[in-house]
Design a protein around this ligand. Structure first.
Ligand SMILES: Nc1ncnc2c1ncn2[C@@H]1O[C@H](COP(=O)(O)OP(=O)(O)OP(=O)(O)O)[C@@H](O)[C@H]1O
Length: 738
């Protein structure tokens, strides 16, 4: 047998050769002459070359991450394949490296001791750039006695998971696990629901599935045919570089609110209204309300053309309206049809034919079938009790209609919309003008929280019914917290089979942290199976129980400590503690990123528990779990989400119960995880300049977070929050505002 150093040298020779040919291709793509017959083709060729070139791995990157040795069909003939991000051929078109997306690539990920898939050996390379440092072998034939070892994660995976995090997700091509690979490669023509606990790789799998589908269904799917929908802007920013790094730059990635029209947002709403406006029966209410806008003709319609009247009988106009009502298609298209019929009637009576002279027809049309925009229509509908009642049918009670009713802004341009208005506007847009741009495959992440109206907005963008739906019922919160996937899939296209498949191994959350978070599961989601954490963390969770007045200062100090250690930090903070925390960060001269503005670009980032969904950090500080639990009807799930955002360190800073699991005794006593002991600082002293800066920051927050007409409301709410805080921090209440 060859010595390891001889083998390493031979492997390095292969890596060097493959790299040489990859660089040859790069040079050729840069130099290829413009042989196109015309300018359009030339542009397309140039674009193709640019995309091809951008898709090539960087010159310093390793050419392959693995190698498989197949059992040779002919004895004496080696069947060895190197697996990498892209296929590399030499100048004789001999394959030096095989793309991970090919069926041969699948063998690398999916061979197991139980089913070696015809492999003798699987080799994993450890490299610095294109320089091989070492490799590990799994020799399948020798595994009979060492099966258990395979259950443990391999070194390459552990090294990848230990890598420090930043504000952007990276691809996992080199370490895709068998179960993940099978989901990535499952058929295009289905609604595939990928479920699994936090950090099982659902998002990563869904994105790699997009790349795999694009590669393997080139004939049916172009990058422009795929849409990825995420829960909020910070998530979209977090995942945005994965697909481009896999060579698929042109896939649309939007957050769910971007599916609606671009209107001014930020209107708050009570939970019952949010719930009601998300229901599917709202679609029927809108459709009826729109049909109700169609008018009834007079018994005789007299139209004045150039000084002479033409009379159309009410019966014939009503027949034209009825025909337009019954014709299929969107409102605007049926309006066109009515216009044409009215013009025909006028022409039949000797009226003008020139469209320029058909003003009276336009007036009649506008009275019978008024032109509508989605926003103007919805503002008028929600602002009128009578219109709501007329459209309600027997589906809404008077109390429900009262929840929907609200006074609209005086001008449409000043209207502020809530998030639950957006799918209504989108629905109306389709009723008025027809379907939006459609896609052949759609990925929906964090789908467990979407309302039926939001799911309808996704479904109407699907031209084929092919979807990848990603989520976790144990993390389902908000007005539409779900218990079963059927509650989600019933609102999605049904022409293709619907399949729910689970991922069971947790790659993000260290064992110690997951065990703590999983104590919530019996209350949060009793039917959900816990995941199996694949690795240990560097430390037990730190529990800091402090006086209320110290809470924010302590959280800021813990964050600072982690940031100084070079870690990417997320502070998950309930709304009730947000202001005090911003104050404390400020007082400690710490800069922070704001997830509510889609920013995760600082060492320390401040996020709400709702915004935490889908994100991850090296170190997470969860502030006041009791408040997080109080923030949602499924508050234990919200806390579960918050606790499972860390890839390494977790700290809980609170003055109440660090793990409010109900029913049960105070858990402080039974948590043996007192890792961090930071001596509490004296109250931060604040000078006037600091107060000015704080005021400026607050003003900037208001300016960035809400349009001008809402400022009063925001400030009033802020005052209420401050009053509440003052009550809690100073029981005497002597500093309360008058
Ligand atoms: N096979 C793998 N190799 C390396 N890293 C992996 C692998 N699978 C998952 N990860 C990493 O684990 C982390 C969690 O993955 P991901 O965000 O996709 O999980 P998730 O199931 O969507 O989590 P959540 O439900 O909390 O949003 C990410 O950092 C991801 O890169």
């Amino acid at each position: 047998m060859e010595s390891k150093s001889a083998e390493l040298a031979a492997e390095q020779q292969h890596f060097d050769l493959a790299r040489k040919h990859r660089e040859r291709v790069r040079a050729e793509l840069g130099e290829a002459p413009d042989a196109a017959a015309n300018a359009g083709t030339g542009r397309r060729l140039a674009l193709f070359r640019r995309n091809r070139k951008e898709a090539l791995a960087a010159p310093e990157e390793q050419v392959a991450f693995g190698r498989i040795d197949c059992t040779p069909a002919d004895p004496g003939v080696d069947d060895v394949f190197y697996i990498g991000r892209e296929t590399i051929l030499d100048d004789q078109r001999q394959v030096l490296v095989v793309n991970w997306q090919t069926p041969i690539g699948a063998l690398y990920y999916e061979a197991t001791h139980e089913d070696p898939r015809g492999l003798e050996r699987k080799r994993t390379f450890h490299c610095a750039g294109n320089q091989i440092r070492d490799f590990d072998d799994v020799v399948f034939a020798q595994l009979a006695g060492a099966v258990a070892a395979l259950d443990a994660p391999d070194d390459a995976l552990l090294a990848e998971l230990d890598r420090g995090r930043t504000g952007t997700m990276t691809d996992i091509v080199a370490t895709i696990q068998g179960a993940q690979s099978r989901l990535i490669r499952s058929p295009l023509d289905q609604v595939l629901v990928i479920e699994g606990g936090p950090g099982t790789g659902k998002t990563a799998v869904a994105l790699h599935r997009v790349s795999w589908l694009l590669f393997n269904h080139r004939d049916r799917l172009r990058p422009q045919d795929v849409l990825v929908v995420g829960p909020h802007p910070a998530f979209t920013r977090y995942i945005r570089t994965v697909l481009p790094s896999l060579g698929d730059a042109d896939v649309a990635q939007l957050d769910i609110d971007q599916l609606g029209p671009p209107v001014q947002r930020g209107r708050p709403e009570p939970p019952q209204t949010r719930r009601l406006k998300g229901e599917a029966r709202m679609a029927r209410l809108l459709a009826r309300a729109l049909e109700n806008r169609v008018g009834t003709p007079e018994p005789a319609e007299r139209l004045l053309f150039d000084g002479a009247f033409i009379t159309l009988s009410g019966v014939e106009v009503a027949a034209a309206v009825a025909a337009a009502r019954q014709a299929g298609g969107p409102y605007a298209q049926r309006r066109q049809r009515l216009r044409a019929q009215l013009a025909d009637l006028v022409r039949g009576r000797g009226g003008p034919t020139d469209p320029e002279r058909l003003g009276p027809v336009e007036n009649l049309l506008e009275r019978l079938w008024p032109l509508q925009s989605a926003a103007a229509f919805l503002r008028a509908l929600l602002g009128s009790r009578a219109r709501l009642a007329n459209a309600a049918g027997d589906e809404f009670t008077p109390d429900e209609l009262a929840l929907l009713h609200r006074r609209g802004a005086d001008k449409l341009s000043e209207q502020i919309w809530s998030n639950t208005d957006l799918p209504l506007l989108d629905e109306l847009e389709e009723l008025l003008n027809g379907p939006p741009r459609r896609y052949r495959h759609i990925v929906v992440d964090e789908a467990q929280d979407l309302s039926p109206m939001q799911l309808r907005a996704v479904a109407r963008r699907s031209s084929t019914g092919s979807l990848t739906v990603v989520g976790d019922l144990a993390q389902s919160t908000g007005a539409w917290a779900r218990e079963h996937w059927g509650e989600v899939t019933e609102h999605l296209p049904t022409q293709l089979p619907q399949v729910v498949v689970g991922l069971r191994y947790g790659y993000r959350v260290p064992r110690q942290v997951y065990e703590l978070a999983a104590e919530l599961l019996p209350v949060a989601a009793p039917d959900v199976e816990p995941t199996r954490a694949v690795r240990e963390g560097p430390a037990d969770p730190g529990i800091h129980v402090v006086e209320p007045a110290e809470r924010a200062g302590r959280a800021a100090l813990v964050a600072k400590d982690h940031a100084l250690g070079g870690r990417f930090v997320g502070i998950v903070c309930p709304a009730a503690c947000r202001a005090e925390l911003e104050f404390a960060l400020h007082a400690n001269d710490l800069q922070w990123g704001r997830a509510d503005q889609g920013e995760l670009d600082h060492a320390i980032n401040l996020i709400s528990p709702q915004e935490a969904k889908g994100l991850e950090f090296d170190a997470v500080i969860v502030v006041e779990p009791e408040e997080i639990v109080a923030e949602d009807d499924r508050g234990h799930r919200l806390l579960f989400v918050a606790l499972t955002r860390t890839i390494r360190y977790l700290d809980i800073v609170c003055s109440g119960d660090p793990l409010p699991v109900e029913p049960g005794p105070d858990v402080t006593a039974r948590i043996p995880r007192q890792r961090v002991v930071i001596e509490p600082d004296a109250d931060p002293t604040v000078d006037m300049a600091q107060l000015d800066r704080l005021a400026e920051d607050l003003a900037a927050l208001v300016v960035a977070g809400a349009p001008v007409p809402m400022w009063d409301e925001v400030l009033q709410r802020t005052a209420t929050l401050l009053d509440e805080r003052a009550d809690r921090s100073r029981p005497s209440g002597r500093h309360r505002r008058a």
